[in-house]
Design a protein around this ligand. Structure first.
Ligand code: 13P
Length: 248
């Protein structure tokens, strides 16, 4: 399986940027083993359906845990699925922090995605205080195990985990490849011991750019990257994808 690059635009971007990224990166995804997924604000996901001649794949940035109802402002998994969206970020630290998402809510959203055949990208990661207190692995494993304890075992292989240390997000201070490796290895080990034979893919996120991506990807348990700021410039993002795909 080739590496996975997921771009998280957060609340950024424009229709023009979408066109530029599809143009720059669309054909790269066809010629390398890398899978490139764009996690876009919901309105742009509706536009993405128009780009049907590309290998790019699409992700929601969030989803409601219920199927439908009086939840103003929310987006359902079924709506994402109808738009051809195959992936969804779940439990990004910004949602945990600013929208009070708990581990239990992250589990509920993961299950909703799995029911609809949308692959959840479950985000985990410690904050600076937790890292300084030596609790990084404990926090990540609590976040991970809440999910793995509550999903149907048969569907667990559809989950991708993204390790995003909160202190590395948007700070320009990425985790060292060794730090990422240590956590990724622990995540995979915990997953295997929880569900026999489960081989989860684990992405690293937090200040990834075209210059540091390659060193991170050299680590044996880094299966791809989740990219924020560096995905907002089409040419730079292409360079990053090339580094990850090993095509340069
Ligand atoms: P940055 O790449 O901007 O640090 O953001 C990382 C992130 O949160 C991706 O989900």
């Amino acid at each position: 399986m080739g590496p996975l690059v997921v771009a998280n635009w957060k609340m950024n971007g424009s229709e023009q940027l979408l066109q530029a990224v599809v143009q720059e990166v669309g054909e790269l995804a066809e010629t390398t083993s890398a899978t490139v997924v764009l996690a876009l604000p919901a309105p742009y996901l509706a536009l993405a359906r128009g780009f049907d001649n590309t290998q790019l794949e699409w992700a929601g940035q969030n989803v409601h845990w219920l199927k439908s109802g009086a939840y103003t402002g929310e987006v359902s998994a079924e709506m994402l699925s109808e738009m051809g969206v195959g992936w969804c970020l779940v439990g990004h630290s910004e949602r945990r922090q600013y929208c009070s998402e708990t581990d239990e809510l992250v589990l509920a959203k993961t299950n909703t995605c799995l029911e609809l055949g949308i692959r959840p990208i479950v985000c985990v990661g410690e904050n600076l205080r937790e890292r300084q207190a030596g609790k990084a692995l404990e926090v990540v494993s609590r976040q991970l195990l809440t999910v793995l304890n509550g999903v149907p075992t048969a569907l667990a292989p559809l989950i991708v985990v993204a390790y995003e240390p909160v202190w590395a997000i948007g700070t320009g201070e990425e985790a060292s490849p060794e730090t990422a490796q240590e956590v990724h290895e622990a995540v995979k080990r915990a997953a295997r011991s929880k569900i026999d034979g489960l081989e989860l893919r684990v992405l690293y996120g937090g200040s990834v750019n075209a210059d540091n991506a390659k060193a991170l990807m050299r680590m044996p348990d880094v299966d791809g990257v989740l990219v924020g700021g560096a995905s907002l410039q089409a040419h730079g993002f292409r360079r990053l994808c090339e580094q990850v795909a090993g095509s340069v």
